[in-house]
Design a protein around this ligand. Structure first.
Ligand SMILES: NC(=O)c1ccc[n+]([C@@H]2O[C@H](COP(=O)([O-])OP(=O)(O)OC[C@H]3O[C@@H](n4cnc5c(N)ncnc54)[C@H](OP(=O)(O)O)[C@@H]3O)[C@@H](O)[C@H]2O)c1
Length: 229
């Protein structure tokens, strides 16, 4: 049986990842910070007996270490580091530095901490893969409009650390992919997004299914096409 762990599993892309992997009969470890307020995820767990919900705030490193210890005998085939925040949308002159630090904490440090803590679980898989949900907004080459300092810097930093991780993880046979999920109609993407979550996630699952280590460290769109750094 194959196992996937998904962070930010209660809504948006994370919830859709849960739905599609559960439908494909994987053991799904669905991590969210407030299961008591995760009605859609709880409902999904009633339909799929192999979907387990765990309480995880990705900023809480003690909680991450505790789950890593609890799951020490579980090989994780795919880890979807999906939880993320946009941060403050204010412009130059009004930036909120406390929110900026918080954005970096969630989008960068948490992803790295999760990768470190779950490295042995991924190594125990025949072909472990750590998939980081990043964004085109982390791209320097694509930045033709500026602004979004908090989000852009966090996703650019995420891309940098995931690229480094791909070299370290290659030594243990684990892959790393960095995804731009597209502009998706979720709470974060808003109603003007170009695609629905099911299309984005189906694309990423297809790419993951066909992954081999030669592709590690790539920054790609949900359909597998290369993204500009
Ligand atoms: N939608 C887009 O167009 C788009 C485009 C590019 C990249 N992305 C990226 O895709 C990922 C998912 O985005 P989305 O569109 O699905 O956003 P979303 O609907 O806003 O969902 C964000 C998820 O992250 C979780 N989260 C935030 N902080 C957390 C924390 N400290 N601990 C645990 N969970 C936390 C949220 O949980 P709570 O409900 O508890 O807040 C929620 O489940 C993000 O990394 C985002 O940056 C999205």
């Amino acid at each position: 049986m194959q196992t996937v762990l998904i962070t930010g599993a209660n809504r948006g892309l994370g919830l859709e990842f849960c739905r599609q992997y559960a439908e494909a009969d994987w053991l799904v470890i669905a991590a969210c910070r407030e299961p008591e307020n995760a009605a859609s995820l709880t409902q999904l767990a009633t339909q799929y007996s192999k979907l387990k919900i765990i309480t995880l705030d990705v900023q809480n490193h003690q909680q991450i270490d505790a789950y890593a210890a609890e799951l020490q005998d579980t090989a994780i085939d795919v880890f979807i580091s999906n939880a993320g925040v946009y941060g403050d949308r204010h412009a130059l002159g009004e930036l909120d530095y406390a929110v900026w630090r918080d954005t970096l904490e969630t989008n960068v440090l948490s992803a790295m901490k999760l990768a470190e803590a779950f490295a042995p679980h991924l190594a125990a898989s025949k072909q472990g893969l750590f998939a980081a949900i990043s964004s085109l907004m982390g791209s320097m080459a694509d930045n033709g409009s500026g602004g979004s300092y908090l989000y852009r810097s966090s996703k650019a930093a995420l891309n940098a650390v995931m690229k480094s991780l791909s070299y370290d993880f290659a030594r243990q046979g684990t892959g790393v992919l960095i995804f731009h999920p597209g502009w998706v109609r979720t709470d974060m993407g808003g109603p003007n997004g170009l695609i629905e979550a099911d299309e984005s996630v189906a694309g990423m699952c297809h790419v993951i299914e066909n992954f081999d280590l030669a592709q590690t460290g790539r920054f790609i769109k949900y359909d597998g096409s290369a993204m500009p750094w």
